[in-house]
Write a protein of this length. Structure first.
Length: 133
């Protein structure tokens, strides 16, 4: 298995002025553009792209549910991490045009978003306990 670093352009009316991390997905702003980055372990680039999209979509769904805001994303690049700690660009996609972003991301809602993942994790643990009994 290989490790892959995925970078996405995030389009929303929210600004990520401060770097935040939710469920291992980091959001930040650079040059007036919002980005998300995450790492996955996958056999090839197609699997990495699929895993990254699923993980990012889970986080965005929790954010959209909590904040009642629509958030879109586009993959910018996928890099395979090499054993020497360096990354190699192995793919990219065409980016959509820039979208005006208007309001700061409400960091006060981070706890509520993270609680969604805690609830999912706890419910998964409970189902395992009940399956054993």
């Amino acid at each position: 298995m290989n490790f892959w670093k995925l970078k996405y352009k995030i389009e929303s009316y929210l600004n990520f002025f401060n770097k935040i991390t939710i469920n291992d997905v980091s959001f930040y702003r650079d040059d007036a553009v919002n980005y998300a980055e995450l790492k996955v372990e996958a056999q090839d680039i197609q699997e990495a792209e699929k895993q990254g999209e699923m993980k990012l979509q889970d986080v965005l769904s929790a954010m959209e549910f909590t904040l009642n805001k629509r958030i879109n994303f586009y993959v910018m690049d996928i890099q395979q991490e090499k054993g020497d700690g360096k990354s190699q660009l192995v793919g990219d996609s065409i980016l959509a045009g820039a979208v005006a972003v208007r309001v700061p991301f409400p960091e006060t809602e981070l706890e509520n978003i993270n609680d969604i993942f805690i609830g999912i994790s706890n419910s998964n643990n409970l189902s395992i306990i009940f399956e054993r009994n």
